[in-house]
Design a protein around this ligand. Structure first.
Ligand SMILES: Nc1nc2c(ncn2[C@@H]2O[C@H](COP(=O)(O)OP(=O)(O)OP(=O)(O)O)[C@@H](O)[C@H]2O)c(=O)[nH]1
Ligand SMILES: [Mg+2]
Length: 380
């Protein structure tokens, strides 16, 4: 296992608790990617250094700690510009990864469906291209499978050309998969069955809830971003009518824009859904921050005004909050231990009855977002 030094910059206007939370999360991401986080190096500054991210005075300290700890990788808590990544690499002579690349690496390890794999590779290559340097920088990845080394200018030019060609062919392949999905969408439009998407922060318990409701076998894991490919199952509601329930990729603070494209299948689930069920972890150390991060992503996707229920999950971890309660659009439950699932299904039924959309309405909404409905992955 690679050892990694984590570097974080706390800017003057960031609250201390928010900063510490994001560093803990970075350590969680590193562990999920299969890297062992060793020490953390934190600097407080008024702003990010445009050339090196951290202050130049810190660079020697970083090199010394890496040598001391035997750290081969340095992970930075924010996205780096291509110039910052290059300069850090030159000065520190270690593999430099930023938050975005780390998440992309996790995605690359997790993607299972053909479309998921294509999307992640496309996101990785698009991120990598402007970061290729002419100085023989090592570009091998942690597990993403790109594994490109650039020993010299000539090789790099070839790599660049090859990468551009590959990006082009990935886009074509993704278009083909999308066409197949359009066929499935038409089939579902004819069925006129409403869809409900489980959304929420990574690790909130969406897949556990999905499994409890549908009895489908899905991966539930304390690792971050356990789910990458959305899954959809048909469920019977208490009133007897069916709906489609889908499990989606978790969101995270500082979700990099490059990843929104890789989230496309999730995006389609969310935008085409009739109802969103926002699952959160009541035992999270920063529940408010989690909720805000999810709301932010939903509004970036243009889905913040959809009908929504909130599930306060993991109530079994808080003795003061007995599972199985409902307060308006909030349902308190424990997806793992059970209790409260019936309340949720009742609430879903009521919401769908109140906000039912016709299939042509749903299709129009999807078309407005330029997306296909997600029914390709639906198994009945
Ligand atoms: N105690 C407790 N743990 C839970 C509950 N629901 C989920 N968990 C645990 O929380 C962890 C994450 O659960 P998942 O269902 O994989 O979470 P997720 O939201 O699908 O996560 P991603 O797919 O990574 O976004 C697992 O270790 C679950 O066992 C619950 O109600 N109570
Ligand atoms: Mg999951």
């Amino acid at each position: 296992m690679h050892k990694a030094l984590l570097i974080g910059l706390r800017l003057k206007d960031t609250r201390r608790c928010d900063f510490l939370f994001s560093m803990d999360e970075l350590a969680g991401l590193a562990a999920s990617a299969g890297v062992a986080p060793s020490r953390r190096l934190v600097q407080e500054r008024a702003g990010i250094d445009p050339a090196y991210y951290i202050g130049r005075g810190k660079l020697d300290e970083v090199t010394a700690i890496c040598a001391e700890e035997g750290a081969e990788v340095v992970i930075v808590n924010d996205p780096l510009s291509p110039a910052q990544a290059r300069n850090l690499q030159d000065r520190i002579s270690r593999k430099i990864l930023d938050r975005t690349q780390l998440i992309l690496d996790i995605f690359a390890q997790r993607a299972r469906t053909q479309e998921g794999k294509l999307q992640v590779e496309l996101a990785q290559l698009t991120y990598l291209l402007p970061r290729l340097t002419g100085k023989g920088v090592e570009l091998s990845r942690l597990g993403g499978g790109i594994g490109t080394r650039g020993p010299g200018e000539m090789k790099l030019e070839i790599d660049r050309r090859r990468i551009r060609e590959r990006i082009h062919s990935l886009r074509r392949a993704i278009d083909r998969v999308r066409n197949t999905r359009a066929l499935h969408r038409r089939r579902r439009e004819r069925q006129n069955i409403p869809t409900v998407a489980l959304v929420g922060y990574t690790n909130a318990g969406k897949s556990t809830l999905f499994t409890t409701i549908t009895h489908a076998r899905t991966l539930c894991s304390p690792k971050l971003f356990a789910t990458l490919d959305p899954l959809c199952r048909r469920v019977h509601l208490p009133g007897g009518s069916p709906c489609y329930l889908s499990d989606t990729v978790g969101f995270i603070r500082k979700l990099p824009v490059e990843l929104v494209a890789a989230f496309r299948a999730t995006l389609e689930e969310v935008v085409s859904a009739d109802l969103l069920v926002h699952v959160c972890d009541v035992s999270s150390v920063d529940l408010e921050g989690d909720l805000t991060a999810v709301d932010r992503v939903l509004s970036e996707l243009g889905a913040h005004q959809k009908p929504m229920l909130k599930v306060y999950n993991k109530c079994d971890l808080l003795p003061s909050l007995p599972p199985r309660q409902r307060s308006g659009d909030i349902i308190y439950l424990s997806a793992l231990k059970g209790g409260g699932i019936d309340l949720l299904l009742d609430a879903i039924q009521q919401k769908l009855d109140r906000h039912s959309r016709s299939a042509p309405d749903a299709a129009r909404e999807c078309a407005n977002h330029g997306i296909d409905c997600p029914s390709a992955k639906c198994v009945q």
